[in-house]
Write a protein that binds this ligand. Structure first.
Ligand code: ARG
Length: 483
């Protein structure tokens, strides 16, 4: 028999060194080092429990805790040297702990596997990242609420099929985007509940024979429950899928807002001006100011959707319990949530700085027969069946368009005559402001309602921001590690 080779970090009985391409494919440290802080927090909780259970002496515990603190300082100062030969974040930290404190480091991994360790790290990482994204969502909601308050009574065209349809207000339009963000935030709240279970103690797949205390670890890490099946706990990535699905939909929402900024900033619309800070020039055409950032916010959705699909396909058909395929979850998870957060933050600043053009918004209203439905409603009030009212207004619109006229240029008397109703009734209907004020029902763009909704949106944003701060507060193990 050939002698055991030494290029593996542990395990005996190998008769061959690994193939030269193995290390590069097997190693995850280039990306999973993002989990370092969570890994150290998890180890702190685990070591504290081992000490309390008599599985670790006080001296060894103190040496380990001091070592973990030193590692955290090295990692956060950028001084930690990551090694591909040490495969992943867990083995890098454990092996370096041994370099620093010697023998006691060998007791830290008692009753633990990298399978429950990585499951834990990802849950802790997700909890913090979701808190940060919650804060970013809250900020964008607040920006939109503030803009909606200031533009609650700015009339603008509402569109269906991108054709001018009926008048709304700019405030109402902006709050429509904010409503989608509220649903994004609800999805975060919901997935945090399922993420709130501690997997540590599941071991490699079947728990442990040693007398550990899972509840103690959960309490040190501020989880309110324990995972209930060790096989499921080390192979479950549902909370990551849910977060990435929320990210994908959130990015889709932002892409719709981004598209409107691109569209409304064109010379053809002219509704909004994007400040220079958010535009770039063309390398060839001297006059260009391109809305690159709004375009990228629109484009990034594709990437986040790809991240989600990638993870779903990785998970499909995997047998229980842990499989190395699961290592493929991380880059996509990080990318999806980082991209969503970056889009939220840049959108908030871009939207806050955008300058809406009142005159262009009003001019478009004058040219689009947007009060046609209002006129039909006037006929309905005079007793005409809606279908007939619709027909009479439609043929008037067709006639005016042919002659290059509008309701306003034609005037209430002629319009009333053509429709066969009272001039007064028509005059009352040909005023955009009055039209908006008649839309006084829940969810509609009456300016006073828009102002009220904007206030409530700001309150929802504040509530979300304080929830995010609660998620983000350090757990007891983190305090042990950092103070
Ligand atoms: N780097 C691994 C991952 O991210 C950690 C778990 C490895 N477990 C194992 N049994 N090889 O999935």
């Amino acid at each position: 028999m050939k002698p055991a080779t030494t290029d593996r970090l542990w395990g005996g009985g190998y008769s061959e060194a690994t193939h030269p391409l193995v290390q590069a494919m097997n190693a995850s440290v280039s990306f999973d080092q993002a989990l370092a802080r969570e890994d150290l927090i998890g180890s702190t909780a685990h070591a504290t429990m081992l000490r309390d259970q008599g599985l670790l002496s006080e001296d060894d515990y103190l040496a380990i805790l001091a070592g973990l603190r030193q590692l955290l300082a090295e990692v956060e100062s950028g001084g930690f040297v990551w090694s591909e030969a040490r495969e992943d974040v867990h083995m890098n930290l454990e092996a370096t702990l041994r370099d620093r404190i010697g023998a006691p480091a060998g007791r830290l991994h008692t009753a633990r596997s990298r399978n429950d360790q990585v499951a834990l790290d990802e849950r802790l990482w997700l909890r913090r990242r979701v808190a940060e994204i919650g804060a970013s969502l809250a900020h964008l909601m607040e920006v939109l609420a503030d803009l909606a308050t200031r533009h609650a009574d700015w009339p603008m065209c509402g569109y269906t099929h991108l054709q001018r349809a009926q008048p709304v207000t700019l405030g109402h339009h902006l709050l429509a985007h904010a409503e989608a963000l509220v649903r994004d935030a609800q999805r975060l709240l919901d997935l945090q509940r399922r993420n709130d279970a501690c997997p540590l103690g599941s071991g490699a797949l079947a728990g442990t024979t040693l007398p550990i205390d899972r509840a103690k670890v959960a309490q040190l890490l501020r989880f309110s429950s324990l995972t209930r099946n060790s096989l499921d706990a080390v192979s479950d990535r549902d909370h990551l899928v849910e977060a990435m699905a929320a990210a994908a939909l959130g990015a889709v929402h932002l892409s719709r807002l981004g598209e409107e900024l691109v569209l409304f900033a064109t010379a053809e619309f002219g509704y909004v001006r994007l400040p220079d800070a958010f535009t770039t020039g063309s390398s060839l055409m001297p006059q260009k100011k391109n809305p690159d950032i709004a375009e990228l916010v629109r484009g990034k959705a594709g990437r986040v959707i790809g991240d989600l699909m990638g993870l779903l396909v990785t998970l499909k058909g995997l047998p229980l319990a842990y499989n190395k395929d699961l290592q493929e979850d991380k880059e996509r998870l990080f990318d999806a949530l980082d991209t969503w957060d970056a889009c939220l933050r840049v959108t908030a600043d871009m939207v806050a700085a955008a300058q809406w053009q009142r005159k262009a918004l009003l001019d478009a209203l004058d040219r689009g027969f947007l009060l046609a439905t209002d006129l039909a409603d006037a006929l309905v009030e005079a007793g005409v069946p809606f279908r007939e009212a619709h027909e009479r207004v439609a043929s008037l619109v067709a006639d005016l368009s042919r002659r290059g006229r509008t309701f306003a240029s034609e005037g209430p008397r002629a319009v009333a005559k053509a429709l066969g109703v009272d001039e007064d009734a028509v005059a009352r209907r040909l005023d955009v402001r009055k039209s908006l004020e008649r839309r006084d029902l829940p969810g509609a763009p009456h300016p006073a309602r828009v102002r009220r909704e904007a206030r409530q949106m700001a309150a929802r944003a504040r509530k979300l921001a304080s929830q995010a701060a609660v998620w983000n507060r350090p757990c007891p193990a983190e305090l042990l590690l950092t103070t």
